[in-house]
Ligand binder design. Structure first.
Ligand SMILES: Cc1cc2nc3c(=O)[nH]c(=O)nc-3n(C[C@H](O)[C@H](O)[C@H](O)COP(=O)(O)OP(=O)(O)OC[C@H]3O[C@@H](n4cnc5c(N)ncnc54)[C@H](O)[C@@H]3O)c2cc1C
Ligand SMILES: *[C@@H]1O[C@H](CO)[C@@H](O)[C@H](O)[C@H]1NC(C)=O
Ligand SMILES: *[C@@H]1O[C@H](CO)[C@@H](O)[C@H](O)[C@H]1NC(C)=O
Length: 539
C-alpha cells in the first residue's frame, strides 16, 4: 500500500471512529446536560420550568413562536436538542457553564428576526437559549434613559417610552416585532439615524453574561468588550441581558408621507434628484426610496418609486424644505400627515393610524413570509443611464425589490471606529434587496434567492468596492460562513471586512481575549486570532 493511501485509510478510520464516538457522546450528553442545568439552578429560581426537550408537548410551538422567516419553519430545518426559555439571569449562567462543559453549541435568540435563521438553526448539535421571557423595560424620563432587557421587542420599547413622554423616542428600526438583542448588538438603524445615528450609538451601559458565566456591567466588562457588543454582533462575545439606552428628543408633532411615482410619472428624474439631495437634507428629514415593479391597467409592467418619509417637525416646515431642495417630487400639503412620533411608527409599519398604540405590544407579526435579503452601500449617485438599465433589469426579474435608505447627517459625523459598525462618512445610502414569497419548498426558495442574487450582481458597478460593504443586521448567508477550523481567521476575514472594515481586527483581538475557547461561535461569528486555533478545538 502506498504511503498516501495508508494515510487516507487511517484518516478515514479515525474520522469514522470520532463520528461514532461523538454520536454516542451526544445521546448521553443530552441527559447529563439537563442534569447539569438542574445542578446549576439557584433554589430560589428553579430552572426546570424553563427547559423544553423534544419530548415536551410544547417544544415545537415554543420553537416556532419566534421563527420569522418561513424558510426555516420546514420539517427539514435542523432543530435544537433542547430549548431553555430563561426566566432569570442565573439560567443564562447555567446555560453558558453547561454548554461549555458539554462542548455543545448554544444559539441565542431574542426576537428571532435573523434573516438567515442563525439564532435558532444550526448544522451542529445545539441548544437554544431563548430570551423572550426577559423583557423588562424601565424608562426614566428624568435622566432620559431606559434599561431594556434584550428579550423585549422594539414595539414594546417605543410603547413604554410613549407611555411616559410625548417628546422622547429611540432611534431604532420601525418593525415593531424586531428583538432588542439582535438589533442593538448588530447596530440597528431606523428613520431617525440621520439625526441620532444607529441604535448602538445610543447605548450607555449593558449587562452581559460572559464566557465564564459571570454577570458583568460596563465597568466590570471593560471598554473593549463594551465597544464590541455595540455593533459587532452580540453572539460572538457574550449573552447580552440588557442595554441601558439614551432616549432622544422628538417634537410633539412629526410629519409623515408616502408618495408613489411610476416611470410614466417621471420616476427617473425624481429618483435622480433624490440621489443628489436625500443624504444632504436637514438631519430631521429622512426619505426612504422603495423601488418595485407593478402592472399597469394596460397589463404592461412599469417601475414604481415610492418615497416614504419621517420629518421631525410640522408639515409647513417640511413643505418649504421640499419646495427648495426636492421640488421634483411635487409634495403637496394633502400628502402630509401630522401625528405623534409613536404613531409615526404605525405609519411606517403600514398599520392604520387610528389603531391604538397598544398594537405595538403585539409580539406576532401581522404576516409571515419566506424571505431573502441582501445589502449594499452606494458612494456616488448612479448615472441616469445606469438607472434606466436598472429599471430594465428589475422589470426582467420582477420579484426582488429594493429600498434605498439615505445616510449623511449624523451618520457622516460619527467616526468609523467609534463602534464596530463602520459605514459612516462617504456612504450616500444603503441598499436593501428584498424578496418575500409565500410558496413553500426548496424550489421556490432557490428561484427567488437566485433572482435576488442576480439583482445584487447587476448592481456591482454602482456600489462600494474593495471591500463591497454589507450590513451585518441584514444577515446574508451568501457572504459565507466559517468552519471554525484551521482556516477560520482567513475565511472569516473575507466577510468580516465587509461588515466591519477597519474594525474587524480589533473585534478579533477582543474576541480572542474574552472567549479564547470560542464558545460564542456561530456560522458568521468573529474568529479567534490564528495562533489560538487548534485543530482539536474544531467543533
Ligand atoms: C421584518 C424585519 C424588519 C427589520 N427591520 C430592520 C430595521 O428597520 N433596521 C435594522 O437595522 N434591522 C432591521 N431588521 C434586521 C434586524 O435588525 C436583525 O435581524 C436583528 O438581528 C434582529 O434582532 P432579533 O433579536 O429579532 O434577532 P435574533 O434572530 O433573535 O438574533 C439575531 C442575531 O443576534 C444574536 N442575538 C440575539 N439576541 C442576543 C443576545 N441577547 N445576546 C447576544 N446575541 C444575541 C443571535 O444569536 C443572532 O446572531 C429587520 C428584520 C426583519 C425580519
Ligand atoms: C410552521 O410549521 C408548523 C409545522 O409544520 C406549522 O404547524 C405552522 O403553521 C407553521 N407556521 C407558519 C406561520 O406557517
Ligand atoms: C437527546 O436528543 C435526541 C435528539 O433530540 C433525542 O432523540 C434523545 O432522546 C435525547 N436523549 C436523551 C438521553 O435525552
Amino acid at each position: 500500500m502506498g504511503k498516501l493511501k495508508a494515510v487516507v485509510v487511517v484518516t478515514m478510520i479515525s474520522t469514522a471512529l470520532s463520528i461514532l464516538w461523538r454520536a454516542t457522546l451526544h445521546l448521553e450528553d443530552n441527559e447529563s446536560f439537563v442534569r447539569c442545568l438542574l445542578d446549576h439552578s439557584h433554589p430560589s429560581h428553579p430552572i426546570s420550568s424553563a427547559i423544553y426537550t423534544p419530548k415536551s408537548s410544547s417544544f415545537s410551538s415554543v420553537l416556532e413562536s419566534y421563527i420569522r422567516n418561513l424558510r426555516f419553519n420546514e420539517s427539514s430545518t435542523p432543530k435544537p436538542f433542547l430549548i431553555l426559555t430563561a426566566l432569570h439571569e442565573s439560567h443564562i449562567q447555567a446555560a453558558v457553564t453547561c454548554g461549555k462543559s458539554h462542548g455543545v453549541q448554544m444559539k441565542i435568540r431574542s426576537g428571532g428576526h435573523d434573516y438567515e435563521g442563525l439564532s435558532y438553526v444550526s448544522t451542529l448539535p445545539f441548544f437554544l437559549l431563548d430570551m423572550f421571557n426577559l423583557r423588562c423595560i424601565d424608562v426614566d424620563i428624568e435622566t432620559e434613559t431606559a434599561w431594556v432587557q434584550t428579550g423585549a421587542t422594539l414595539g414594546e420599547v417605543f410603547y413604554r417610552i410613549a407611555e411616559k413622554s410625548k417628546t422622547h423616542g429611540f432611534p431604532a428600526g420601525v418593525c415593531p416585532t424586531v428583538g432588542v438583542g439582535g438589533h442593538i448588538s448588530g447596530a440597528g438603524y431606523g428613520n431617525m439615524m440621520r439625526k441620532y445615528g444607529v441604535s448602538a450609538d445610543n447605548v450607555l451601559d449593558a449587562l452581559i453574561i460572559d464566557a465564564n458565566g459571570r454577570l458583568l456591567d460596563r465597568q466590570s466588562m471593560g471598554e473593549d468588550l463594551f465597544w464590541a457588543i455595540r455593533g459587532g454582533g452580540g453572539a460572538s462575545f457574550a449573552v447580552v441581558l440588557a442595554y441601558k439606552i439614551k432616549l432622544v428628543r422628538v417634537p410633539e408633532t412629526v410629519t409623515v408621507f408616502q408618495v408613489d411615482r411610476t416611470l410614466e410619472e417621471d420616476a427617473t428624474d425624481i429618483v435622480d434628484q433624490w440621489q443628489h439631495v436625500a443624504y444632504n437634507l436637514p438631519q430631521e428629514l429622512f426619505i426612504r426610496l422603495m423601488l418595485d415593479v407593478v402592472v399597469k391597467s394596460s397589463g404592461e409592467k412599469t417601475l414604481r418609486a415610492s418615497f416614504v418619509s419621517l420629518f421631525l417637525g410640522d408639515s409647513e416646515s417640511l413643505l418649504s424644505i421640499m419646495k427648495e431642495r426636492f421640488p421634483k417630487l411635487g409634495l403637496s400639503k394633502s400628502d402630509c400627515i401630522e401625528t405623534s412620533w409613536v404613531k409615526s411608527v404605525l405609519f411606517w409599519s403600514n398599520i392604520p393610524l387610528e389603531t391604538d398604540i397598544q398594537v405595538l405590544l403585539d409580539r406576532t407579526p401581522q404576516t409571515l413570509d419566506y424571505l431573502k435579503r441582501k445589502s449594499d452601500y452606494v458612494r456616488e449617485p448612479i448615472p441616469k443611464a445606469g438607472l434606466e438599465s436598472l429599471w430594465k433589469k428589475m422589470m426582467e426579474l420582477e420579484k426582488p425589490r429594493m429600498y434605498f435608505n439615505p445616510y449623511g447627517g449624523k451618520m457622516a459625523e460619527i467616526a468609523a471606529e467609534e463602534i464596530p459598525f463602520p459605514h459612516r462618512a462617504g456612504n450616500l445610502w444603503k441598499i436593501q434587496y428584498l424578496a418575500n414569497w409565500n410558496e413553500a419548498g426548496i424550489e421556490a426558495a432557490n428561484r427567488y434567492i437566485d433572482l435576488t442574487r442576480r439583482l445584487h450582481e447587476f448592481m456591482t458597478p454602482f456600489v462600494s468596492k474593495n471591500p463591497r460593504q454589507a450590513f451585518l443586521n441584514y444577515r446574508d448567508a451568501d457572504l459565507g460562513s466559517s468552519s471554525h477550523g484551521k482556516a477560520s481567521y482567513s475565511e472569516a476575514r473575507l466577510n468580516g471586512m465587509k461588515w466591519f472594515m477597519g474594525n474587524f481586527d480589533r473585534l478579533v483581538q477582543i474576541k480572542t481575549e474574552v472567549d479564547p475557547t470560542n464558545f460564542f461561535s456561530y456560522e458568521q461569528s468573529i474568529p479567534l486570532l490564528p495562533h489560538q486555533v487548534h485543530l482539536d478545538d474544531d467543533m
